[in-house]
Design a protein around this ligand. Structure first.
Ligand SMILES: [Zn+2]
Length: 305
């Protein structure tokens, strides 16, 4: 069965606190594991959440402030130590190449990893395969920052009752799906007669940024949005000056972009309780979650037309 789930590894902006680790988000998606913004302590948070380095198939870094990347050195060395056999592409702002290079070789280790550095300097698709596309779009922070979107292509859902009505079974189903049509006697049955459109699912991560068009573009219609929410509305001006968002901003973004489920995270240490963020956002958007370290959040089940 396919698993599409977010594992929250850390939720702290800038500095870890007693209850919040630096950032870290592992998106489990049908056997893939996309790790976003591994802050300091990510290795240990992964152990606590029961996920391993070998589950990571791709890493995305939004920007090179320490709370979003200091764990990269440790993760790379752990991928090497554990002998992770597959190649791991790493996406990061191209302008931060010097920081990537330092983290890549931060200390002595026997490097057995097969990494594929993939610097981002152009908005749009960074990777495309049969089942998923990774899109990056510029955000508006105090330094160059990119958000990411995982997009499944639209497909078609087979309707078993239609197959039964037409007496299609066994290998014929495979032929119909593969070829888009099936000759049955003197009748040609087209795939769209026995299926309906199945919109692709999508997840976006928006972090760190003040409200901007790029954030809306990334979040447009996603099933799950992981969004920074550093401050509350009482510090809105300060938030924007520092290149951040409030819980209200995040909820307004989710509302404007038609997001299904909003996950708030990246909380300033000045707010000990995440419930305040949830209260503020829930006034605007109906499906909000305030992240906490170790939380798992399902990507909402596929919408039926
Ligand atoms: Zn930052």
């Amino acid at each position: 069965m396919s698993v599409r789930e977010l594992v929250v590894l850390g939720t702290a902006s800038q500095v870890p606190t007693r209850h919040r680790n630096h950032n870290g988000y592992l998106l489990l998606w049908d056997g893939r594991g996309i790790l976003f913004d591994p802050g300091e302590g990510t290795q240990r948070q992964m152990i606590r959440s029961g996920v391993s380095a070998s589950m990571i198939t791709r890493i995305c870094v939004t920007h090179f402030h320490g709370d979003h990347c200091l764990g990269l050195a440790g993760m790379i060395q752990r991928i090497s130590l554990d002998g992770v056999p597959h190649e791991v592409p790493i996406h990061y702002p191209a302008s931060g190449q010097v920081y990537f290079d330092r983290l890549r070789r931060a200390s002595i280790f026997k490097d057995m990893s097969t990494l594929e550095p993939s610097p981002v300097d152009t908005p749009g698709p960074q990777h495309t395969d049969d089942t998923v596309e990774l899109i990056a779009i510029r955000l508006s922070h105090t330094v160059e920052s990119w958000g990411y979107r995982i997009q499944e292509p639209d497909g078609r859902r087979i309707l078993p009752e239609r197959l039964a009505e037409l007496g299609i079974q066994g290998q014929d189903i495979g032929t119909l799906v593969r070829d888009g049509a099936l000759q049955q006697g003197d009748r040609l049955i087209r795939l769209d007669e026995v299926s309906e459109p199945r919109p692709g699912q999508a997840v976006a991560i928006v972090m760190d940024t003040r409200p901007c068009r790029g954030a809306v573009e990334l979040a447009r219609g996603v099933d799950l949005l992981i969004c920074e929410s550093t401050y509350l509305d009482d510090a809105r001006r300060e938030a924007h000056e520092r290149g951040h968002m409030t819980a209200r901003d995040a909820a307004e973004l989710a509302q404007e972009a038609g997001v299904r489920r909003l996950v708030l995270t990246h909380f300033s240490q000045r707010y000990p309780a995440a419930e305040q963020f949830l209260e503020e956002a829930a006034r605007i958007h109906g499906d909000c979650v305030a992240a906490r370290d170790g939380l798992r959040v399902d990507v909402p089940k596929r919408r039926r037309r």
